[in-house]
Ligand binder design. Sequence first.
Ligand SMILES: Nc1nc2c(ncn2[C@@H]2O[C@H](COP(=O)(O)OP(=O)(O)OP(=O)(O)O)[C@@H](O)[C@H]2O)c(=O)[nH]1
Ligand SMILES: [Mg+2]
Length: 346
Amino acid sequence: MQVGITGFPRSGKTTVFQALAPGVSPGRDVTFGNIKVPDPRVDNLADHYSPKKTTYAEITFVDIAGNPGATEAKALEAKTIAAMRNVDALVHVVRGYEDPMGMRDINIARDVADFNAELILADFEVVEKRVDRLRRENAKTVERNVLERALEALENETPLRELEFTEDELKAMSGYSLVSLRPVITLFNLGEDEWGDDAYAQWRNPAPPEGAGQAAMSLCGQLEMELADLDEDEQAEFLEVLELEEPARLAFIRKAYELTDLISFLTAGPDECRAWTVRRGSPAPVAAGKIHTDLQRGFIRAEVLGWDHWVEHGSEAAAKAAGDYRVEGKSYIVQDGDILNIRSGV
Ligand SMILES: Nc1nc2c(ncn2[C@@H]2O[C@H](COP(=O)(O)OP(=O)(O)OP(=O)(O)O)[C@@H](O)[C@H]2O)c(=O)[nH]1
Ligand SMILES: [Mg+2]
């Protein structure tokens, strides 16, 4: 999964990036930071199999360097919008600390509204142009239908993520990489003073946003960045002092999976224990294709051990003996935590 970290200039994007992807130093243009998704299920399997290799699912965070010459503190830069087109989900970092440049006051509600308006405007420009053309050509296609519906929503200031689309419609629109279609996690980035200030309580514990495809959470970017740099023992101490339960990074990962409707399935054996990411509702051959396209093409069946059964029986053999090691066909919908063994004829 690729997650783009976006927001207005100097809202703390790079700081948040360093909190989410510890150990990656941001470059001058676009920086990618890969993190392993902590997964106790993978650890559990690795304990059992002692495999040669243990592999966690990954999330790639993308940070776009701001333009140091930017004088307009509000507008999103063209390159920021361009970068949003290639990711699975957006993080909108909202500044909730005093602007070190002193250009703008803290106004979280305004920044959230402005950001949404910018995404809608960016999509509007793309969709309007295309719809004009399809109308002139008198096209009678799925693309025209769906883009006209999208245009109407955008005119009414509704982001496209709030609409429902069929697979075919999404396909017809995919070439335009519309940004308001992307799910968004709004991240209220509070300063240390603001974190403890009751006036900011509604942002520190944000209500779930209305409308599909959105989630919200808060963090203190600066502290989280410092926290991410510490070793495990120091982290535990730091968390206790700050009265935090866990690093914001972990809460963020859970939210991102939920929001993008992704689940993990597992493969296990003496060579490798590994977590894989797949969209919820995917049939077994699609999951097989994540491992290797050949496994999807030649898919015969999937041997499935559900996570609860694994925990209950503690070994493949015991699960088999109990009849809980199932053989499933092409239409089986993969469940979160399934341990899969794909049989393929290619
Ligand atoms: N007090 C406080 N300052 C912060 C926090 N997060 C970021 N800052 C400061 O705000 C300034 C901008 O932070 P960056 O992380 O560089 O912001 P950015 O959005 O990446 O900026 P551009 O890439 O230039 O658009 C820096 O001086 C940070 O130290 C925070 O949580 N608390
Ligand atoms: Mg930056």
